[in-house]
Ligand binder design. Structure first.
Ligand code: UD1
Ligand code: CA
Length: 454
């Protein structure tokens, strides 16, 4: 394939978003619109990517600085042709240039590959719409050859009847594009430099203009308002749900799952309603995810059951674990196999080895917990002294009684038992019972205070 440059137009203001934020930084499926376009661009392995931005100061280049792209400002914005002109000085002459849009997030690499394979000349991505209103129309001659694109505002009544529209995405020889752009005029209804005028120029030079249609209509949907954003979000979530179902995942309701990233699933995975998956999540065979759970950047091994309303962030969970309901695994948690984490238990930056359990109302932070440990209800690792954080080590086969505070740094030796209600401030010996409790006393005849009459 010929070397490829990609220009992403992202200078539009997005007035109809009614937002301070540049339109292309609003998120679809958890990712800024322009980032979708950039990811698609990168998948084509281009020699150069150029993002043309305008509104919002440096917000767009700053938000996308992790990409090896050129960011070029377009100020003022005099039309799509003018926008591509701004990119041209940054593009090598070799090969071709593809124009994408920062507000058309769902374009797929496959469709763009087909454009690359179509021919050497000018290639337009077009689509037939039942309602073509607002789009530039593709004008063909009697032989069916493309002879130009006419913008709706410049179109005759007859041309407005045309249902084949310009998606805006096009591919051209970089050298030819450079020459055509230099000849654009703004003598049209909007007083803009139209990128679309290059089509007429190509035809005048005797060049054949090819058209390719996208595999799915949603690929070319642009975003101009929060309504369109919400609709395209649902469309994409439906695509994700269909993909999961096709893969054999059981979804309680395909309309009630949100995948904001990449979700990969083994066999016989079941996902109840209202779950959200963010970043990279993998679910092993037979994993069950209970209703309204939120899982971000996590790997859950086979056979684990996540009960409803659980939150798992940047953590690893072993096989056959029981998590939740209402459990919270914060970043850096690593659970080995057969671990049970119950309701209102928070785990942060801790390792919990196989077969250990914390079933009720606990905080385990900055801890290393061995195997077969039982952590009683209400146990707290006091990992923070207000300035620094310290680790708690709980060795294998320990039993921690309910309502215990472990003041870190502290180690509970192998096989030790901690009596309920203890505050443990020093290391405890292996195999022994340690407790810190004032003796239970009864004050005979003590009376509760009563309310004084005024
Ligand atoms: C453009 C096409 C039209 C096509 C439609 C598809 C032209 C002249 N018309 O029309 O044929 O059917 O897209 O949606 O190309 N932009 C800039 N700088 C500018 C102007 C626009 O970066 O000066 C960007 C916008 O941010 C947007 C894209 O280019 O991402 C399209 O601009 P827009 O004004 O929406 O073009 P349309 O008039 O809709
Ligand atoms: Ca538009």
């Amino acid at each position: 394939m010929k070397p490829l440059n990609i220009v992403i137009l992202a200078a539009g203001k997005g007035t109809r978003m009614y937002s301070e934020k540049p339109k292309v930084l609003h998120a679809l499926a958890g990712k800024p619109l322009v980032q979708h376009a950039l990811d698609c661009a990168m998948a084509l392995e281009p020699q150069q990517v150029c993002v043309v931005y305008g509104h919002g100061g440096e917000a767009v280049p700053q938000a996308m600085c992790q990409y090896p792209a050129q960011f070029v400002v377009q100020e003022p914005q005099l039309g799509t042709g003018h926008a591509v002109q701004q990119a041209m000085p940054h593009l090598p002459d070799a090969g071709r240039t593809l124009v994408l849009y920062g507000d058309v997030p769902l374009i797929q690499p496959n469709t763009l590959h087909r454009m690359q394979q179509a021919c050497d000349g000018l290639v337009l991505l077009t689509v037939n719409l039942a309602n073509p209103a607002g789009y530039g129309r593709i004008v063909r001659n009697a032989q069916g050859d493309v002879i130009g694109i006419v913008e709706e505002k410049d179109a005759s009544a007859e041309q407005r009847e045309i249902c084949e529209v310009n998606t805006g995405i096009m591919l051209a020889s970089t050298k030819a594009l450079r020459a055509w752009l230099a000849n654009l005029r703004s003598n049209n209804a909007q007083g803009e430099y139209y990128l679309t005028d290059i089509v007429g120029m190509a035809v005048q030079q005797g060049m054949v203009v090819h058209t390719v249609q996208p595999a799915h209509e949603w690929e070319i949907h642009g975003i101009n308002s929060k309504q369109q954003l919400a609709v395209l979000e649902r469309t994409w979530q439906q695509v994700e749900a269909t993909r999961l179902l096709a893969h054999g995942v059981t979804l309680a309701d395909p309309a009630r799952i949100d995948v904001r990233g990449k979700l990969s699933c083994g066999q016989d995975v079941e996902i109840d309603v209202g779950c959200i998956f963010e970043g990279e999540v993998s679910l092993g065979n037979n994993v069950q995810v209970g209703a309204y759970s939120i899982i971000r950047n996590a790997a859950i091994a086979a056979g684990t059951i996540i009960a409803p309303y659980s939150s798992i962030d940047s953590s690893e969970v072993g096989a056959n674990c029981r998590i939740g309901p209402y459990a919270r695994l914060r970043p850096g948690s690593k659970l080995y196999d057969d671990v049970h984490i119950g309701n209102f238990v928070e785990i942060k930056n801790s390792e919990i080895a196989a077969g250990s359990k914390a079933n009720h109302l606990s905080y385990i932070g900055d801890s290393t917990v061995g195997s077969r440990v039982n952590i009683g209800a209400g146990t707290i690792t006091c990992n923070y002294d207000g300035a620094n954080k310290y680790r708690t080590i709980i060795e294998d086969d320990v039993f921690i009684g309910s309502d215990t505070q472990l003041v870190a740094p502290v180690t509970v030796g192998k096989g030790a038992t901690i009596g309920a209600g203890s505050t443990i401030t020093r290391d405890t010996p292996e195999g022994e019972l340690t407790l810190s409790r004032s003796k239970q006393t009864t004050i005979n005849g003590w009376k509760r205070p009563t309310k004084e009459k005024k």
